[in-house]
Design a protein around this ligand. Sequence first.
Ligand code: GLN
Length: 394
Amino acid sequence: MAVAKRLSEFGTTIFAEMSRLALEHGAVNLSQGFPDFEGPEHVKQAAIDAIRAGTPAHSQYAPLPGVPAFIEQIARRFDEATGLSTDPASQVTVTSGCTEAIAASLLGLVNPGEEVILFEPYYDSYRASCAMAGATPRFVTLRAPDFRIDPDELRKAVSSKTRAILVNTPHNPTGRVFSKEELQAVADVAIEHDLIVLTDEVYEELAYDAPHLRLASFPGMAERTVTMSSLGKTFSFTGWKIGWTIAPPDLTRGVRAAHQFLTFVVSTPMQHAGAVALQTDRSYYDQLRADFVRRRDMLCDALADLGFTFRVPEGGYFVLADHSAVTRRLGIADDIALCKHLIEEVGVAAIPPSFFYEHKDEGRPLVRFAFCKTDQTMAEAVKRLRVMAPAATG
Ligand code: GLN
């Protein structure tokens, strides 16, 4: 095996693998979470304008923190949401998507041998980034069907080696938007044990039924939190790969120590477009949420009819459903077998969630469907899924 030991156990990500299979089988792709529609025209135009501008400030390396107009908008928007007062030059760093923000934060702030607490199910890059940093992940399970943060389990996961807690809200894949009480429990543990907290908030604009709360705005948290986000989900341009971190200057120094040697800086014209994107009128976000709620409800109605059980997602663009009743009826063993059946026999691709768990058994009764697709795509998926309905009687 040529792959280095620190990464050899990870293989190809399940997202790339399922999208490949979806294409191969002509399945409607509700696996990897990316939109099948375009983001806003004015943001595209801003990218085109930036490329055409032809000045060094548009074409050459950006300053290390990021393009000034963009980091200013990132800070302004964050301050409006949190009431904090962020200095872009010393506190904001533009990264290649949130995935690089996660890697740079772990590489730049956690020493080999230190521990990082992850909630499972987790986004797969968290574990791999811990492995790259030489950090040891400790897992706290969010248990079905409510997937709530259990403060006692969180406390039990802390040891003398713990350095950080990584929190994702709105949460992929459970669809939870963590409550004030749950996040306060995280804050209490972090403050008591003097830990840093990394927050992945890429679905920040996709909270439907409860407000998205930012841990950085909790008392005592601004000085220990690295807030991470990106343009991808908010503007439906997941391929642009523009993300960022917002953190106090000392933590930012750590993030940048790694970032400067990972990617150095990221695409300059796309950052100019990012500055325009972040000034988009609030009505855009309201429409985005309304569209996703409609598609969520289409999918949830169909899944409920088929016998899947789930908590309707409060945020993000995934439904994490228990398939036990359906797979018992069809004689299918687990999440992996169900996803194979779905692709090959039903023509719909989904994600087997055991890939998001250290305790794989927790994921086997579950399946994840994305609803970040057009109404037309969702309607086609729902139509195909209906072949799994119990045979009509009477
Ligand atoms: N975040 C997306 C998902 O969870 C996809 C990310 C990826 O493909 N790396 O499906």
